[in-house]
Design a protein around this ligand. Structure first.
Ligand code: CAP
Ligand code: MG
Length: 448
C-alpha cells in the first residue's frame, strides 16, 4: 500500500516490515572512511547497564539519521547517510559521517548534528566531542579568514616579533574620556593594540559611537607621534544587525579590527558577519568567553580544539587559546594542540594528544592569542611555548604596574624585546626601571 506524502505528492514506499536499522548497525569496524567523510573523535562513558558498543551505536545513530525506535518509513538514502563507528577503543571511538549528511556552508546545521542531542542521551553518562577531521568539501564551503596571520602582520607592519595587546582595566566602569586617557598611556608605552574587554560594548557611560570616534582619532595621533602602527580591537558584540552597524562605524573611522565574543553571539551570527565583512575587510578578533562552560570537563562537552577549528573555518583572524602559565586553566597539551590548529596547514593524527588529521587547504592560518593573568615576568615562558607568531594580551599586568599604564606597557615591551634577543629579564631590568618594578611586584609567579 502506497501512502501519498502530503506536500510533495511523493509516495513513501511502506516497507514490508519496518526499517531494521538498529543502534548496533551504526557500528562497522571494517569501514574505512573516505576522504570526503567528516570524522569525529568522541570520548564515551556509557550509562550504567549499557555496553560501550551500545552507547557508541546510539551516539552514531542519534547524530546522523537514526532514532530510538524502528520506524516504518524506509528511504533509499537511509543506509548511505548513516554514520559508521569504525574505531572502538574504550573510552574512545571514531565515527565517520558521509558529507551528504550535512548542508555545506551551514555550520549551525553541522554542529546540530554532531554536537547536538547526543550529549543529553540517557545511554551516555558522559560524552565529549574531542576533535574533528574536516573534509575538503566542507572546508571549501566556508569563507575562512579574511586576512589570517600573515594579513594581520601586514596590517600592523610588524613582521619580526609577537604582537602585544592590552585591555584597559577595570573591565568596565571607565567613562569614554577615562578610557581614552588610559589608552593613550598604553599606546605611548609601546603596546601595539588596545583591546576592549569581553563585556565592554555600549554601556551608558561609554557609548560605542563616541568611543569608536575618539579612539581612532587618538590612534592616528599616536601613530604620528611614535612612528609605530597602532590599532584597536573594539568589541562589536551585540544583536546581529547592531553588530553590522557598529562594524560600519569602525570602517568609517579607519579601523582595521573588530572583536566579537564568538560564542555568546553564536555561530550563525559569526558566519553572517563574516559574509558581510567581505565588504569591510576587517580583521576579526575572536574572544571565547563562555567556552569553559563546556570545554573544561575533559569527560563531557566539546573541546576547545573543536571551537578553534570551527572559528578558523568560518573565518576569524585571531583567537584566544590560553597561556599554560596564566590565571585561567589551559594545560600545555591543549595549548600546543590549539597552536597547531591555528597556525599549521597540515596536521598529522596524534592520538596521544587526541588530535585528528587536518588538511586546511586554502583556509589561512590564524593568530593564537595568549591572554589571562600575564605580566612581564611570564613573557619568556609564553614565548618558549608559542614562539614568535602570537598575540600576547596583558591587561592587569600593565594596568597594575606601580608606575602606571605607560610604565606597565613599557615593561611588557622591554620584557618582549629582551626575550626575543635571548637576554634574561634580570639582566634586561638593569636598563629598564619599568621592567625592574614589574619584576619586583610580580616576579615570575603564576597568578591564581
Ligand atoms: C584577560 C582578560 C581576558 C582573558 C580571557 C580577562 O585580562 O581580558 O578576557 O584572557 O581568557 O578579562 O580576564 P588580564 P582566555 O590580562 O587582566 O588577565 O584568554 O583564556 O579566553
Ligand atoms: Mg577580558
Amino acid at each position: 500500500m502506497k501512502r501519498r506524502g502530503r506536500k510533495s505528492g511523493k509516495t513513501f514506499k511502506k516497507s514490508s516490515g519496518v526499517s531494521k536499522i538498529k543502534y548496533i548497525d551504526f557500528i562497522n569496524q571494517n569501514y574505512r572512511p573516505t576522504k570526503n567523510d567528516l570524522i569525529c573523535l568522541f570520548r564515551v562513558e556509557p550509562a550504567k547497564g549499557i555496553k560501550f558498543e551500545e552507547a557508541v551505536g546510539r551516539v552514531a545513530s542519534e547524530s546522523s539519521n537514526g532514532t530510538w525506535t524502528d520506524v516504518s518509513i524506509e528511504s533509499s538514502l537511509i543506509k548511505e547517510l548513516a554514520a559508521k563507528a569504525y574505531y572502538i577503543q574504550p573510552p574512545w571511538t571514531k565515527i565517520a559521517y558521509p558529507h551528504q549528511l550535512f548542508e555545506e556552508g551551514n555550520m549551525s546545521q553541522i554542529l546540530s548534528s554532531i554536537a547536538g542531542n547526543i550529549f543529553g542521551m540517557k545511554a551516555v553518562k558522559k560524552l565529549r566531542l574531542e576533535d574533528i577531521y574536516w573534509p575538503e568539501t566542507i572546508l571549501n564551503s566556508f569563507r575562512g579568514p579574511t586576512h589570517g596571520l600573515r594579513g594581520v602582520r601586514k596590517i600592523l607592519k610588524i613582521y619580526d616579533r609577537p604582537i602585544t595587546a592590552t585591555v584597559p582595566k577595570p573591565k568596565v566602569g571607565l567613562t569614554t574620556n577615562e578610557y581614552i586617557d588610559v589608552a593613550k598611556e598604553i599606546w605611548l608605552g609601546g603596546v601595539d593594540l588596545i583591546k576592549d574587554d569581553e563585556n565592554l560594548t555600549n554601556q551608558s557611560y561609554i557609548k560605542f559611537s563616541e568611543r569608536v570616534k575618539k579612539m581612532f582619532r587618538l590612534r592616528d595621533k599616536i601613530e604620528r607621534e611614535t612612528g609605530e602602527r597602532k590599532s584597536y580591537l573594539i568589541n562589536i558584540t551585540a544583536p546581529y544587525k547592531e553588530m553590522i552597524r557598529r562594524a560600519k562605524l569602525v570602517n568609517d573611522y579607519g579601523g582595521e579590527f573588530v572583536m566579537i565574543d564568538i560564542l555568546t553571539v553564536g555561530w550563525s551570527a559569526l558566519q553572517s558577519f563574516r559574509d558581510i565583512n567581505e565588504e569591510y575587510q576587517l580583521a576579526i578578533h575572536a574572544h571565547r568567553a563562555f567556552h569553559a562552560a563546556f570545554t573544561r570537563d575533559r569527560r563531557h562537552g566539546v573541546s576547545m580544539k573543536v571551537i578553534a577549528e570551527v572559528a578558523r573555518i568560518i573565518g576569524v583572524d585571531q583567537i584566544h587559546v590560553g597561556t599554560v602559565v596564566g590565571k585561567l586553566e589551559s594545560p600545555l597539551t591543549d595549548v600546543k594542540a590549539l597552536i597547531q590548529i591555528c597556525r599549521e596547514t597540515r596536521i598529522k593524527e596524534n592520538m596521544k594528544i587526541k588530535i585528528l588529521k587536518k588538511d586546511w587547504g586554502k583556509v589561512k592560518p590564524i593568530f593564537p592569542v595568549s591572554s589571562g593573568g600575564i605580566h612581564p615576568g611570564l613573557i619568556p615562558k609564553i614565548i618558549e611555548i608559542f614562539g614568535n607568531d602570537l598575540i600576547i594580551q596583558v591587561g592587569g599586568g600593565v594596568l597594575g604596574h606601580p608606575g602606571g599604564p605607560r610604565a606597565g606597557a613599557k615593561a611588557v615591551r622591554d620584557a618582549l624585546e629582551a626575550t626575543i634577543n635571548n637576554i634574561n629579564l634580570e639582566e634586561a631590568s638593569k636598563h629598564s626601571r619599568e621592567l625592574r618594578e614589574a619584576l619586583d611586584k610580580w616576579g615570575y609567579k603564576t597568578p591564581i
